[in-house]
Write a protein of this length. Structure first.
Length: 430
């Protein structure tokens, strides 16, 4: 309260100084030619008020900054004792979009009114992590018994291709950039002086020339990257709005994952037409690699990594199908030991050759992708995943239905296609 009072007081003082400046300015004399005539006393008074107002404004900015810092410092740096006691075990419980939808002000207001006062409810997935550290209480009826379904468990968060990209967002409907299509690096040591021909050693004569750096070559092509929308609809009976646990599951597993699967497919295979994304498989300049039958599957991945590194960008991720990820994980060496079993036993991290792995059914079994996600390509979010619920659609009123719509808008920029390698699996013979 003290911080808010100080800020309010400063703002009041600033308003008073502004009014005083206006009063002084109104006393300036205007001659017939439109020129202002200001006395020394008026000028001094106006400058003094202006200086005081500037100082008060800086104090307001400083106080607002301190308020943000105090708010940050007051955030808990770990779970509460109650959270630890009731089974949280020191881990933060991430909220899913379904949890956020149920907890949103829009849903709570609509729920309090029996869903009679609003035609739709909308919740959006923010681009940040949201944590829940508090426990709650429940009141049971006196007569009869109640079935306790327990607290909703943290939903297993499936990895998608977007998780290989660093976060980036845009406010524009279309992006414009340059795509690198070729690079000749002629960087080399340059001596101070050379002979008359510009290449032989200097002789000390007047005919010697100054050293000149060689010119490298870079080929760039302008590219437009449209912001595309991924969306789908699902109908459900209106009673699901009152069944909150099931509603969370419905939103998370059907609405959100439906968008995420389509996003995976589009990032790989979409054919750009000016309004749609151009997936990595259809981007000109992406390298190709075909595995050798003498190499194990994991070795084929490693050789494709080398092709990406030769393009001067270190790859950061691998995308393959669930079937082929199984083949890689169960791959054995000559002694019958699993090659990547350590990653499963320690931390259960999906990694091969130090790179993160995303397994998705959007990738066909015969292919895989290795690339520099974030450097060679970047995903830009225009609108994060959101869910809209409406009862005003087609025959919903007559049938007691509601319609869910999940959507997102995003753009895929690929400035360095050569940093990606599309691999074709070849079954090992040995």
């Amino acid at each position: 309260m003290a911080d808010k009072s100080l800020l309010k007081s400063l703002q009041t003082q600033l308003a008073e100084k502004s009014a005083e400046a206006d009063r002084i300015a109104s006393t300036f004399k205007v001659e017939d030619g439109g020129q202002f005539v200001v006395s020394t006393e008026q000028a001094a008074a106006f400058k003094k008020v202006s200086s005081e107002a500037t100082e008060i404004k800086s104090l307001i900015s400083a106080e607002q900054g301190m308020t943000e810092i105090k708010s940050y410092l007051q955030e808990p740096d770990g779970p509460s004792a109650a959270g630890l006691h009731y089974g949280n075990r020191g881990e933060l419980e991430a909220k899913s979009l379904g949890d956020m939808f149920i907890d949103s002000d829009a849903f709570q207001r609509a729920s309090a009114g029996g869903f009679d006062d609003r035609p739709y409810v909308r919740a959006a997935m923010e681009g940040k992590s949201i944590f829940s550290l508090s426990g709650g209480t429940v009141t049971h009826q006196t007569l009869g018994s109640a079935q306790n379904l327990g607290i909703a468990e943290r939903a297993y968060r499936k990895w998608h291709i977007r998780d290989l990209f660093p976060k980036s967002s845009t406010k524009q409907p279309v992006l414009y950039g340059a795509r690198e299509t070729g690079w000749t690096n002629n960087a080399a040591q340059v001596k101070e002086r050379y002979g008359a021909d510009g290449t032989s050693p200097a002789t000390g004569a007047d005919t010697d020339t100054w050293g000149r750096a060689k010119r490298s070559k870079l080929s760039l092509t302008p590219v437009m990257y449209p912001v595309a929308e991924v969306a789908h609809l699902l109908d459900a009976h209106k009673n699901i709005l009152s069944d909150e646990p099931r509603l969370r599951t419905f939103i998370n597993t059907r609405m959100v994952e439906g968008v995420k699967y389509a996003e995976d497919w589009d990032l790989l295979h979409s054919v750009g037409d000016g309004q749609s994304l151009t997936g990595l498989f259809n981007t000109p300049g992406v390298q190709q690699y075909a595995g050798a039958p003498t190499d194990k599957y994991s070795v084929q991945i490693r050789r494709s990594i080398t092709k990406a590194i030769l393009a001067e960008y270190d790859p950061t991720g691998i995308v393959l199908s669930p079937t082929m990820w199984e083949q890689v994980e169960v791959e054995e060496d000559k002694n019958g030991a699993f090659r990547v079993a350590l990653a499963v036993a320690v931390g259960a991290e999906k990694k091969v050759w130090r790179l993160n792995v995303v397994e998705t059914t959007a990738m066909e079994d015969g292919k895989f992708l290795v690339g520099a996600f974030g450097l060679g390509a970047q995903l830009h979010d225009r609108e994060n995943v959101s869910v809209t619920v409406s009862s005003e659609n087609a025959e919903n009123f007559e049938k007691g239905l509601i319609t869910f719509r999940a959507d997102e808008r995003l753009a895929l920029e690929v400035p360095r296609p050569e940093s990606f390698v599309i691999g074709t699996w070849t079954p090992p013979t040995g």
